[in-house]
Design a protein around this ligand. Structure first.
Ligand code: HEM
Ligand SMILES: [Cu+2]
Length: 655
């Protein structure tokens, strides 16, 4: 009896590594601390009412942002562990298997549980405010999306201490990821966590597409929309077409593993290449899903801080739409070496290079906007300026990789690692940082400390080049990716050491940001105007943070840069403020069901991970019941009474 419990426990709980015990201890300690604080300060009710059940897009956005920053920390720790292992030849810091797990969770978490949710944070925080709407099209669904992402992310993170992490790479190619080569629950964690959060991502895509198309304030034509909103519309279109492909690919692989099907196994008529095609049919558009919103952010930041209209608005819109289409015609560049033949490779090489054209148009438009502008070097602007050279180098090395014959040399070398981090960090992460600094006052009502921000900026930026530039050289010198150690005498040692130093510099940059956030909570200067940057778009016409109903009266839009136009009008001599006419506001009610339903999804996912069908069934029944309960609910909305709105607006000095 005791023996069987012991074997079960040793299979179930990951043991044997001091790092894992450390993680165990810190998970327990943090959990106890959270429970204690919530109980001691009697915050349970508040947590449930204000956050866990909320359908307010602004609060959901904040939760996305906090979760994503936490995941940036987790993925960042993974990165530093790998770089430490690679700092010197013949290191014994991580075992080979552990290294495999860490590069897998690092890639998966960074793309799916850091970049995606941080992007959704911006969807939520900014889009409704920019288009003059009171909420998103489907607020309840929005909460469902968030909680599905959250519990999906938790499921993947749990694998570190329970059962074991996935180790077949973030792309999880069969046959490596098939049952025969990957027994453990790790791969199941990967498949189920991404599937669960993927449902949420697809729903978000639909939700915001409808929001943008249907809920704009009167007068706002499509060609009046701020470029950030345009970038989200383009992104939503890609999400809607791409995510179902991923879901299917993962579901088929899961059926292979769970039920012994052979979609992707050669010996029984399946074909692993099929998975690889499906994966990248999602995977390539995915990089544009995460980078287009960053492009939107750069556009807002540049025109605000250069105090000018954006240069070439129409070409900006056209280039984003073009990118969203061409991104579907490039996926095969991820496997030029897998025998598609010269014609196919040529087509995909040319289409890949073609994407450089609309992207180049955008970069030049930003530069032309800055030209002769009155530039203010605030933190968002600094990150935007730093992005330009970084992305230019990333783009150039991308075109190098797109040359199919040359790719036979670089393929899966460190050159590739350097290239995609250059675009993902220099393009996406820098952009999202710019966005966080830009909209932080709108989210929390205070401005962040500039000095700490500048320290962080320089550590991140210099660290970035120190870390990734040597990797291009390492790639040419023959170092392949996913290599856990290497011998002396290959000439790689010093470059690897430099690269690791750069990684730790970025880590320090992140710590400065943590300090900046804490400093802001305590000492941050209140933003009483609602318009700390002298902004151009509608979100800056509201108080910071905006009241839960956003707009007391829906604005009437007369052209682009709506808030700027209004401010110009107010400056005219003889301008008379129109009397505010307030009516009751229709709002959705909070609901605990999205949270509860996602818990059931989590239970189902956890059960299936361990092949405990009974638990999977319990979870599925729970999901079914919560869905059914929703369809019998009629009391889902209410009206905010006029006197409450008047009181709120008066307290904000808006009447
Ligand atoms: C913060 C600094 C970062 C450092 C120092 C870093 C470092 C690394 C390292 C050492 C590897 C493994 C290379 C190998 O042995 O094959 C890796 C892989 C990867 N990283 Fe990062 N990374 C960072 C940030 C990011 C970000 C922000 C993203 C995405 C948004 C990202 C996405 C990936 C992906 C997708 C892989 C491939 C994983 C695989 O091969 O399965 N990384 N990174
Ligand atoms: Cu690609």
């Amino acid at each position: 009896m005791l023996e069987s419990i012991k074997t079960f426990a040793s299979h179930f709980f990951v043991t044997g590594d001091p790092m894992i015990y450390g993680a165990d201890a810190s998970i327990v300690l943090v959990t106890v601390a959270i429970l204690f604080v919530l109980t001691y300060f009697k915050k349970w009710r508040w947590l449930w009412d204000e956050w866990l059940t909320t359908v307010d897009h602004k609060k959901i956005g904040i939760m996305y942002a906090l979760a994503a920053i936490l995941m940036l920390f987790r993925g960042g720790v993974d990165a530093l562990l790998m770089r430490t292992q690679l700092a010197f030849p013949n290191m014994h810091f991580l075992q080979a298997e552990h290294y495999n797990q860490i590069f897998t969770t690092h890639g998966t978490i960074m793309i799916l549980f850091m970049a995606m949710p941080l992007m959704f944070a911006f969807f939520n925080i900014v889009v409704p405010l920019q288009i003059g709407a009171r909420d998103v099209a489907y607020p309840y669904l929005n909460a469902v999306s968030f909680w599905l992402f959250f519990f999906g992310a938790m499921l993947l993170n749990l694998s570190f201490v329970i059962g074991g992490s996935p180790d077949a790479g973030w792309v999880s190619y069969p046959p490596l990821s098939e049952l025969a080569f990957d027994k453990g629950p790790g791969e199941n964690f990967y498949l189920l966590s991404i599937s669960i959060s993927g449902i949420g991502s697809l729903a978000t895509g639909i939700n915001f597409m409808v929001t943008i198309l249907k809920m704009r304030a009167p007068g706002m034509k499509l060609m009046d929309m701020p470029l950030f909103t345009w970038s989200i519309l383009a992104t939503c279109i890609i999400i809607i077409f791409a995510f179902p492909v991923l879901t299917i690919a993962l579901a088929l692989l899961f059926i292979d593993r769970l039920a012994g099907a052979h979609f992707f196994t050669m010996l029984h008529g399946g074909n692993p290449m099929m998975f690889i095609n499906l994966f990248w049919m999602w995977g390539h558009p995915e990089v544009y899903i995460v980078v287009l919103p960053a492009f939107g952010i750069y556009s807002e930041v540049v025109s605000t801080f250069a105090k000018k209209r954006i240069f070439g608005y129409k070409s900006m819109v056209a280039s984003m739409m073009l990118i969203s289409i061409i991104s579907y015609f490039t996926w095969t560049h991820h496997f030029f070496t897998m025998g598609s033949g010269a014609d196919v490779n040529t087509f995909f090489a040319i289409s890949t290079m073609a994407i450089g054209v609309p992207t180049g148009v955008k970069v030049f438009n930003w530069l032309f906007t800055m030209y002769r502008g009155r530039i203010r070097l605030t933190l968002p602007m600094l990150w935007t300026i730093a992005f330009v050279p970084c992305f230019a180098i990333g783009g150039a090395t991308g075109v190098m990789l797109a040359v199919a014959p040359a790719d036979y040399q670089y393929h899966n070398s460190y050159f590739l690692i350097a290239h995609f981090h250059q675009v993902l960090i220099g393009g996406v992460v820098f952009g999202y940082f710019a966005g966080l600094y830009y909209w932080w006052p709108k989210m929390f009502g205070h401005v962040l400390n500039e000095k700490l921000g500048r320290w962080s900026f320089w550590f991140w930026n210099i660290g970035f080049y120190v870390c990734f530039m040597p990797q291009y050289a390492l790639g040419f010198m023959g170092m392949t990716r996913r290599l856990y150690t290497y011998p002396h005498g290959l000439g790689w040692s010093s470059l690897n050491l430099v690269s690791t130093i750069g990684a730790f510099m970025m880590g320090i940059g992140f710590l400065f940001q943590g300090a900046q956030i804490l400093h802001g909570i305590k000492f941050g200067k209140r933003d009483t105007t609602g318009d700390p940057w002298d902004g151009r778009t509608l979100e800056w016409s509201l108080p910071s943070p905006a009241p839960h109903y956003n707009f007391a009266t829906i604005p009437q839009i007369k052209g682009r840069d709506a808030w700027w136009t209004m401010k110009e009008e107010m400056k005219q001599p003889g301008y008379k403020k129109e009397p505010v006419h307030i009516e009751p506001i229709h709002m959705p009610k909070s609901s605990g069901r999205p949270f509860i339903m996602s818990v059931f999804f989590f239970i189902a996912g956890f059960g299936l991970t361990f092949d405990w069908i009974w638990m999977g069934v319990i979870g599925a029944i729970g999901v079914g019941i919560t869905l059914l309960a929703r369809s019998f609910e009629y009391d889902t909305d209410y009206y905010v009474p006029v006197d409450e709105i008047e009181r709120t607006e008066a307290a904000l000095g808006r009447l």
